[in-house]
Design a protein around this ligand. Structure first.
Ligand code: AMP
Length: 307
């Protein structure tokens, strides 16, 4: 497995692969890898001749009050895990390699990036879109693999790729969870044992919402993904009611501090009045200082929450 730190070297290697007409999958990460990340690698290794993983804790997507300096890092362990998965190249530049002192060009988005996490983390998607544009221009992937755990990020990147005509396919990969339902995240390492227990409230609340929606006959097929007001049988479950029920359940956990619970169209990320197949039900909740996110798409399989 090649470990590459500079853009020039990455380009040299990538262009050799391109000349050999090999397909390239790119899996962008911030490192401190877990099985969620590895599921992206596995999908890429399956679909492409070459898999490139990037490890870059992108300073541009952190606000000054966020966890940039304490974000967990273990590069050697990450490399061992990636090698086992059959990854061909790790691209791990230093921030100074990606951003010169006088860097002043950004990829900014409206609409899709503005609600949900974009409201409480306004700089994040500008950072994500800018760094991914740079990575795409360095690696020239045929496919890029991203987790559905970060559902808004996936929607933002799909829209950016469409709007700016990037020549690649974005592949969304299912959320990998702990046995009790908690979505795997590098940030879970911040949780104390008590907070880790309390964090189960996210997936439990989502699972109960899934059950309510399924009982109303919504998302059982036949619906139109991302289309409010069309499609599914049983349409008529109000988003406001569903959100209120979910917030009520979240409040039963004293350690949970709700950032948002929202129900939006799965493509545009705009709020919907009533629930339909393809809508995104998403939440961000603080447990202590740790902000956790989780979601499901209406019509997805039920989240397994253990005993
Ligand atoms: P991060 O290192 O947190 O920026 O994540 C890198 C990629 O891994 C993103 O596309 C995430 O959506 C994806 N990812 C993170 N956690 C999970 C998970 N539990 N299941 C699936 N994908 C994930």
């Amino acid at each position: 497995m090649l470990i590459v730190k500079t853009i020039a070297e990455a380009r040299r290697i990538v262009w050799r692969w391109k000349a050999e007409e090999r397909t390239i999958g790119l899996c962008p990460t911030m490192g401190y890898l877990h099985e969620g990340h590895l599921s992206l690698m596995q999908a890429s290794v399956r679909d492409n001749d070459i898999t490139v993983a990037s490890i870059f804790v992108n300073p541009m997507q952190f606000a000054p009050n966020e966890d940039l300096t304490k974000y967990p890092r273990d590069f050697e362990r990450d490399c061992k895990m990636l090698e086992k998965e059959g990854v061909d190249m790790v691209f791990a530049p230093e921030p100074s390699e990606m951003y010169r002192d006088d860097f002043c060009t950004f990829v900014d988005m409206t609409v899709v990036s503005e609600g949900l996490c974009g409201r409480s983390r306004p700089v994040m998607f500008r950072g994500v879109c800018t760094v991914l544009t740079k990575l795409i221009n360095i690696i020239y992937p045929n496919r890029m693999y991203m987790g559905k755990k970060d559902a808004q990020q996936l929607a933002v990147v799909r829209r950016m790729v469409r709007d700016l005509n990037f020549n690649l396919k974005v592949v969304g990969c299912p959320t990998v969870r702990e046995s009790d339902g908690l979505a795997k995240s590098s940030r879970n390492t911040y949780l104390s044992p008590e907070q880790r227990q309390a964090s189960r409230i996210l997936s439990r609340t989502l699972r109960h919402a899934q059950e309510t929606i399924a009982a109303a006959g919504i998302g059982q097929g036949g619906g139109e993904a991302g289309a409010d007001g069309a499609g599914s049988a049983g349409a008529g479950l109000s988003s406001a009611d569903m959100i209120a029920r979910m917030e009520e359940e979240l409040r039963t956990e004293p350690m949970a501090d709700i950032d948002y619970v929202e129900i939006v169209d799965g493509l545009s990320m705009q709020p919907v009045q009533t629930l339909h197949e393809g809508d995104l039900v998403a939440m961000a909740v603080r447990i202590g200082d740790t902000r956790l996110i989780d979601n499901f798409i209406v019509g997805d399989p039920l989240i397994e929450i253990g005993e």
